[in-house]
Write a protein that binds this ligand. Structure first.
Ligand code: TXA
Ligand code: MG
Length: 315
């Protein structure tokens, strides 16, 4: 593939991004959570290119991004629960998994053969502008090589995928910084992946406690134990560094980089992947991470950190 084009977030960039999508090409685009690697969700060739560019195991299905809530009904069996959650959290960092509807027109590669599909209406103005200009459903996993740290800037995308994708549209750093929360609605509401909308807020909207995904079920990200992994080893709940390690802090403390000096979980989420990228450099053999509270967005932060720290089999 030729060099990856860097597009600005202006009218010309939006038009070019939509044009590339229409040709079945791949573009990385900013969302409020992380940058997504976008392709036409109806095109087998485009979706196959996404898996290839990421080096992603093809059994791991993708999220389909839509410009508006009303678009969802063409692809899934909509429900009152889905409507309530969409009213409360779309556009925004929530993904809903719903039963596919007959004649949906999505590539079967998007769902990896499941009878459900994951849908999201992102809030980022550039993502919405590109979705509107393109006028169709867009499959977009996070724009990083499979298993590595998710990108929260155009520079992160280029560091991982330059030359493997057609373009990246630069929208600056992502506000939320963690992927969307994934909620299964094909049965009782089930938390499939913690993310940008805390569980507590979803339980208020659904009016009931959420079930948790059981192990072994084909569900969400959780299934790939080692994920979000920087080159250096990650050690959690650390109070001090060992030889060769740098310290990633939280709250007032001495450290190399701090997720949030004031102990703010929203700020920590926004900084998490950028700080892991910044500490992921030659000569650093380990990253010691301070304890992070497990409430609100802390649950999603700790989920990503546990995966970053998990034993790896890919070297
Ligand atoms: O914030 C986000 O969600 C970002 C941005 C780009 O929107 N996207 C993202 O995509 O995180 P990805 O591919 O890295 O993670 C999507 C997860 C996968 O781990 C997959 O297992 C799960 O969604 N998923 C997709 N379809 C599913 C389905 N039908 N049932 C259960 N899980 C599904
Ligand atoms: Mg990902």
């Amino acid at each position: 593939m030729a060099e990856t084009e860097v597009l600005q977030g202006d009218r010309a960039g939006i038009v070019r991004a939509a044009e590339l999508l229409s040709e079945g090409r791949l573009i990385a685009l900013p969302t409020e959570t992380v940058y997504g690697l976008a392709g036409d969700a109806r095109s087998d060739a485009a979706v196959a290119r996404i898996y290839q560019a990421k080096g992603r195991p093809s059994f791991n299905p993708l999220i389909v991004h839509l410009a508006d809530t009303a678009d969802a009904k063409a692809y899934v069996l909509w429900s009152d629960a889905a409507q309530r959650l969409a009213d409360a959290f779309w556009p925004g960092p929530l993904t809903l998994v719903l039963p596919l509807r007959a004649g949906h027109g999505l590539s079967p590669l998007v769902t990896a053969g499941l009878d459900t599909v994951a849908l999201r209406v992102p809030a980022h103005p550039l993502a919405r502008a590109v979705l509107r200009a393109f006028g169709g459903p867009v499959a977009a996993p996070s724009a990083n090589p499979s298993g590595r740290i998710s990108p929260t800037s155009a520079a992160h995308v280029l560091a991982g995928l330059s030359g493997r994708i057609d373009a990246v549209i630069d929208g600056g750093p992502c506000d939320v910084g963690l992927e969307s929360t994934i909620l299964g609605l094909a049965g009782p509401p089930t938390l499939l992946r913690p993310g940008g909308i805390p569980r507590e807020a979803l339980e208020i909207a659904t009016g009931c406690p959420l079930a948790d995904a059981t192990d072994g079920q084909i569900t969400a990200p959780g299934q790939m134990t080692s994920h979000y992994a920087p080159g250096a080893r990650v050690r959690l709940n650390a109070t001090q560094t060992r030889a060769g390690e740098v310290m990633l802090g939280f709250g007032p403390m001495a450290c190399d980089l701090n997720l949030s000096e004031s102990g703010d979980l929203v700020q920590a989420a926004a900084n998490l992947f950028a700080h892991l990228h910044a500490l992921d450099r030659p000569g650093i053999t380990g990253i010691a991470v301070a304890p992070i509270p497990d409430t609100g967005l802390g649950a999603a932060i700790n989920d990503r950190l546990r995966r970053a720290a998990a034993p790896r089999d890919d070297g």
